[in-house]
Ligand binder design. Structure first.
Ligand code: HMG
Ligand code: MG
Length: 286
């Protein structure tokens, strides 16, 4: 494992917002290229309702169609037991449950309050344990929620603690709307680190306001070594042309190199994947 591990979420978090229905073959081509880049984790599927997120409808076909590279874990989001069973049938190497730090986002995203969401997660963890499948987790809106406003770090810490108690191997802290600044991210992490070790946490920064690299620096400073990124900065809002999405894998990798942190990625392959990703959303010349 390199000193800093990047978890590629482009084929899932990036593509899920794209307005154009992207053919399964294009998604498979992107994942296959990423598989040759040195990444150890690629999230490429999401077994959610196709009515809620139409773009992820072909997730089973994607997982069945990719050419699996040795040493790469292919991950899928699973909101409930049905999603887990479909992910398992399609041979996901690991799955992720996704919670929120705010009631407003939890309701909007998964139609459940936070307590109800944990009732859905428990059977996933039980089945995954039997099957020997690792379960990762997300907490959305760790800084600010589009419905409930700024979030108290203590509220995030409570959700993180519950996810770890449930048996998740890692909690990814989602700055879902890119509202974080170095000050608010530091305050958040200092509180969360009272309930979790740095090795149990990942930073998931959306670059909406251009602060993601600064926020990653704060997280590095506090000992975190795991970050979620998306090639080409995929994930921009379809209703805000030019808006940034997830922090770009190629930008984070170069930033880490400048700071002297090994990341194990072949930048020529990552750059080619970023170009492919941009072409998939129709802005190849950007
Ligand atoms: P619900 O309406 O409460 O559940 O949705 P339901 O059980 O009543 O089912 C509703 C419909 O979904 C039914 O179909 C079910 O069969 C179907 P219908 O009768 O309407 O045709 N259904 C499913 N279909 C496929 N796979 C399943 C599944 N389960 C039920 N597993 C539910 C609850 C969770 C299903 C819904 O709210 C949902 O799918 N939400 C997904 C939202 C989502 O994917 N959001 C994006 C991912 S989170 C994210 O991006 C943030 C993150 O990146 C971190 C960050 O940045 O903060 C992770
Ligand atoms: Mg996200």
């Amino acid at each position: 494992m390199p000193a800093v591990r990047l978890f590629e979420v482009g084929p899932r978090d990036g593509l899920q917002n794209e307005p154009r229905q992207i053919p399964v073959a294009e998604k498979i081509a992107l994942v296959d290229l990423l598989s040759r880049s040195g990444l150890t984790h690629i999230e490429c599927a999401s077994f959610v309702s196709p009515r809620w997120v139409p773009q992820m409808a072909g997730s089973g076909e994607v997982l069945r169609g990719i050419t699996r590279a040795e040493g790469v874990s292919y991950a899928a989001l699973t909101p409930n037991l049905r999603g887990f069973e479909e992910a398992q049938a399609a041979r996901a190497d690991e799955v992720a449950v996704f919670a929120a730090a705010s009631e407003g986002f939890s309701r909007a995203n998964i139609n459940a309050n936070i307590a109800e969401s944990f009732e859905r997660f428990a059977p996933i963890l039980a089945e995954a344990k039997k099957a020997g499948i690792s379960v990762r987790s997300y907490v959305s809106c760790v800084i600010e929620c589009p419905y409930d406003g700024p979030i108290d770090p203590a509220q995030v810490a409570g959700v993180v603690e519950k996810l770890l108690d449930l048996g998740c191997y890692e909690v990814s802290l989602g700055d879902t709307i890119g509202a974080g600044t170095p000050d608010t991210v530091r305050a958040l992490l200092e509180r969360v680190l009272t309930v979790a070790a740095p090795s149990q946490l990942a930073g998931h920064f959306h670059d909406t306001n251009g602060r993601a690299l600064d926020n990653i620096d704060v997280a590095l400073d506090l000992g975190l070594r795991r970050f979620d990124t998306a090639v080409g900065g995929l994930g921009g809002c379809p209703y805000a042309p030019g808006a940034s999405g997830n922090v770009a894998t190629e930008a984070v990798a170069r930033h880490l190199t400048r700071k002297g942190h090994a990341h194990g990625l072949d930048l020529a392959v990552i750059d080619a994947a970023a170009e492919m990703a941009r072409a998939m959303r129709g802005d190849a010349d950007v």
